[in-house]
Design a binder for this molecule. Structure first.
Ligand code: HPA
Ligand code: MG
Length: 221
């Protein structure tokens, strides 16, 4: 079945999920005390990404792919996703070229979304014209960024646009529409790691974790 009909919710993490004890996992020493739990372990993220890559390849892998990575939070997801798409394409003896462009938004201060949303990316995305575009975002909550980005991308007249979101957060007034490819649907908690930050900290953590009160205070601006 094509992704158009599928739109799977991904792996759904329930509201009561309190994560794994930090004692059970390896993580950087410098974040000791700053985290509450491991929410999604790195290995689980990687395996889920392989599945998303498989689905993407199945649906749109017969075209050349223009990937639009939403920085900074999306850089790890994008990199691992593209690598997995390439690896699976190679082992299936398929010919697929991938190109990655980058775009940036700024909208978060501490753990709160600020109202104004602006694109700090290349003004000219005319390379997207006539292409199959895959937007890669680490996290989708209100869907505001995704909508703004879709609108922006459409002005460059791509042939097709799909969205891959590693995490979809269940927030009040959440995104009306899911991304085409979803890694995990998570409760409304602020998470860090795997390139997701809290005031630029925790991007260097491989697991997706929940930050502790101590961590929040320590890195507050
Ligand atoms: N963590 C980090 N960045 C974010 C989040 C989050 O939970 N939600 C939106 N941006
Ligand atoms: Mg951020």
């Amino acid at each position: 079945m094509a992704a158009d009909q599928r739109k799977e919710p991904g792996v759904v993490i329930k509201d009561g999920w309190s994560g794994y004890s930090l004692e059970l996992f390896n993580y950087p020493e410098h974040y000791r005390g700053d985290l509450e739990c491991v929410y999604v372990p790195h290995g689980v993220i990687m395996n889920r990404i392989e599945c998303l890559a498989r689905d993407i390849l199945e649906d749109i892998g017969h075209h050349d792919l223009m990937v639009l990575c939403v920085l900074k939070g999306g850089y790890k997801f994008c990199s691992d996703l593209v690598e997995s798409i390439k690896a699976q394409s190679r082992s299936a003896n398929r010919r697929l070229t991938t190109r990655v462009e980058f775009i940036r938004f700024k909208s978060y201060l501490n753990d709160q979304s600020t109202e104004d949303l602006h694109i700090i990316g290349p003004d000219d995305l005319s390379v997207l014209k006539g292409k199959n575009v895959l937007i890669v975002e680490a996290i989708v909550d209100t869907g505001k960024t995704m909508r703004a980005l879709l609108q922006h991308v459409e002005t460059f007249q791509p042939k097709m646009v799909k969205v891959a979101g590693l995490l979809v957060k269940r927030v009040p007034h959440g995104a009306a529409e899911l991304p085409d490819y979803v890694g995990f649907v998570i409760p409304n908690r602020f998470v860090v790691g795997y390139a997701l930050d809290y005031n630029e900290y925790f991007r260097d953590l491989n697991h997706i974790c929940v930050i502790s009160e101590t961590g929040k205070q320590k890195y507050k601006v």
